[in-house]
Ligand binder design. Structure first.
Ligand SMILES: Cc1cc2nc3c(=O)[nH]c(=O)nc-3n(C[C@H](O)[C@H](O)[C@H](O)COP(=O)(O)O)c2cc1C
Ligand code: SF4
Length: 424
């Protein structure tokens, strides 16, 4: 059994209360920091811990906060990104339902490190229960003196609001989210300026994922080296919440050391393949990552190892496919999502993703032609010149399909039907 850090207070049927969180050492990190640490000390500890953003882009959290310059204007904001619309990803919801005060303390720490006075939790509308839990627990934290004016008698003040998203995938992208919060159309804005310089309402803004923020109280309480040592691989740091779905016996969220092998996650934690079937492939980190095929079955699941293999850990949402899964149908399913969710701001993505979806639909439904392969490849290249990271993400499964499962695509085209008889 590996150490449970983020899930240490997790219960099967209810959230951990404020008292339970405090009993496990909760709010000690911020109490100690307000007394004995400067905001610079906190930035240094976070940087040293090698905490990488858990929302998909793996940016170092300490470095991001450090880019808020000392003479930057006020007010400054910390945004918790709880949009979580990446298909297959449900770790942030589970974390909020497990231990909401861990997130609140994480926001306080990020806020203190950036000397921000306002926090906003941007949450997807389907997570109404989580939003209500957070609103209630924020009220309790205020009553206990952990939020509000002059926290614990210090000169630091910080408050948190919960904001429900309008409900589009693009609202999870950091700059589109700022537009959404300002009441504008949520299309992304290319930096510079970066949000830490000019973010919400033109003021410095640090956006972090739920899981990234939840790591912060533990790092401050136990130290940067302790956090690094939690990982199984040299390049990893911390634990990771892997959310496993698809053809396994026990789908769910598992907190495991960063760098644990994919085969171990599937066989020992997720209960093995359903009906004893063969592992064929998985998406290692949500819908916007490339299929990982059988040759990588034993790969260490950390950011670095996947990058070296030409893949991405993304959100570590592992969707498992077995030998009976039609990879064309699986890719079509993902493209239907991406075609619907394209924000429409730039032409390559707005026109290109539905075009790819249509080609894939025709292949899956027995209307494919051999020339479609080169059309898919050509169109995929155009998508790399789109305005934001959405389109390259949408491309990733298509590239994985063409790279590792071209024979399946060709079988569809030659047989003029889906060889899996409808597939997934
Ligand atoms: C289309 C798109 C959707 C995204 N959705 C989310 C999301 O739901 N939650 C999230 O934390 N990050 C999401 N991101 C990544 C954010 O832009 C950003 O990198 C992240 O919130 C930063 O937090 P982190 O450094 O703690 O990971 C998305 C990115 C893109 C391109
Ligand atoms: S790549 Fe897609 S999601 Fe991003 S700005 Fe262009 S249309 Fe919008």
């Amino acid at each position: 059994m590996y150490p449970q850090v983020l899930f240490q207070n997790r219960k099967p049927d209810r959230i951990a209360t404020l008292e339970e969180y405090r009993k496990s050492g909760g709010y000690e990190a911020i109490t100690e920091s307000l007394k004995n640490r400067s905001h610079k000390d906190i930035q240094e500890i976070l940087l040293e811990s090698d905490l990488l953003g858990r929302g998909g882009a793996a940016f170092p959290a300490g470095r991001k906060i450090m880019t808020v310059s000392d003479d930057a204007p006020y007010p400054r904001y910390v945004i918790c990104n709880a949009d979580e619309m990446e298909p297959g990803t449900f770790k942030d919801r589970v974390l909020i339902h497990a231990d909401p005060h861990m997130l609140i303390e994480g926001m306080l720490i990020a806020g203190y490190a950036a000397r921000a006075e306002k926090g906003i939790i941007f949450i997807r509308p389907e997570y109404e229960n989580a939003a209500r839990i957070l609103e209630r627990e924020i009220g309790l934290a205020e009553e206990a003196g952990f939020l509000g004016e002059n926290i614990l008698g210090s000169d630091y003040s910080f408050s948190i609001d919960v904001h429900r998203s309008g409900g589009r995938y693009i609202c999870g992208e950091v700059t589109a989210q700022l537009n959404a919060l300002e009441g504008k159309r949520p299309n992304p804005k290319q930096p510079p300026p970066y949000p830490t310089e000019k973010g919400l309402w033109g003021k410095p803004t640090v956006t972090q994922n739920v899981e990234t923020l939840c790591c912060m109280p533990h790092i401050l309480r136990n130290g940067a080296q302790w956090f690094k040592d939690l990982a199984l691989t040299e390049a990893g740091a911390g634990t990771k919440i892997y959310c496993v779905s698809g053809k396994v016996n026990r789908p769910g969220c598992y907190e495991l050391p960063m760098g644990v092998k994919l085969s171990e996650i599937i066989e020992e934690h997720a209960g093995g393949m359903k009906n004893g079937a063969e592992f064929k492939a998985c998406l290692p980190g949500g819908a916007s990552t490339r299929f990982l095929s059988r040759e990588h079955y034993h790969i260490p699941m950390d950011f670095n190892s996947l990058r070296e293999a030409g893949h991405r850990l993304g959100t570590a949402a592992i969707m498992v496919f077995d030998e009976d899964t039609c990879m064309v149908a699986a890719t079509l399913n993902l493209l239907e999502f991406f075609a619907r969710e394209s924000c429409g701001w730039c032409t390559p993505c707005r026109e290109g993703v539905p075009y790819l979806k249509d080609l894939m639909w025709r292949i899956e439904h027995g209307q494919g032609e051999e020339k479609f392969l080169s059309m898919l490849r050509k169109q995929s290249k155009y998508l790399w010149i789109s305005y934001c990271a959405f389109a390259p993400g949408a491309m990733s499964p298509v590239e994985g399909l063409l790279n590792d499962f071209e024979d399946e695509v060709m079988a569809h085209i030659r047989q003029k039907r889906c060889p899996f008889k409808g597939g997934e």
